[in-house]
Design a protein around this ligand. Sequence first.
Ligand code: NAP
Length: 255
Amino acid sequence: MDTDPLHGRLALVTGGGRGIGAAIARRLAARGAKVVVTGRSQAELAEVAAAIDGVAVVADLADRAATDAMVATVRALGRVDVLVNNAGIAESAPLADTDDAMWDRIMELNATAPFRLTRAFVPAMVAAGWGRVITIASNAGLTGYGYTAAYCAAKHAAVGMTRALAVDLGRTGVTVNAVCPGWVATRMAEEAIARIAAKTGRDTASATAALTGMSPQRRLIEPAEVAHAVAMLCGHDARGIHGQTIVLDGGQVLK
Ligand code: NAP
């Protein structure tokens, strides 16, 4: 008898074409969910969707009209039971160079889009009496880092939304949680390493050590570890985990 609560569920993973999102999409599909992946890069999305018998929907989530169109397309496929707000960008700059455009870009994708998608899909989950909203925030949603006022603010916003909605949704069967990784081995970390190398003149190994050195485990987290946490939160026995921040950073930010 198949008792996996993900079997037959519809999951939407934003930014599902690569990195953490692709790992989550594969993991949820392996557990029996039908997975829709969305993002801007059609080729990446198509590759993931083909591998998991899923659905690729191209959308720029920094564009609200495009996001609304994506919501309509996904609703036509069925009720979204699992929403994984994963798409995000990271840019860093000192305060004086954090211009309005950078602030708006980061807030729109990392905080506003998760809010708007959660607002769009949660009512149907509530009506069904079951749902999972999981936002891939960051340990930057729990503490501060240098030169990242906008990114830290956006990730704190995502965590704050999660905590507030946990109160609102407590009696609905829908859980809302945030997963907060430290540095994960994806393109985002590769770009950070390249920036550090370019700005400091260090070689790649030394720039990588600047990131791994933040963790007591002295390593980057693997996307599969984040996917594991997301799949765990979808389980029936995880229904009491609600409004939480699951930190995956090798012990860097101790609660
Ligand atoms: P990544 O490899 O750069 O992937 C980012 C994903 O977001 C891509 O699929 C990308 O797809 C999508 N995306 C970016 N801009 C988008 C837009 N305007 N509209 C729609 N989708 C967009 O980075 P990642 O490491 O997997 O990051 C995933 C999440 O984890 C992010 O929220 C990030 O902040 C968080 N996180 C990452 C780390 C880390 O060290 N890597 C640590 C903590 C938290 P397209 O480019 O095709 O649009």
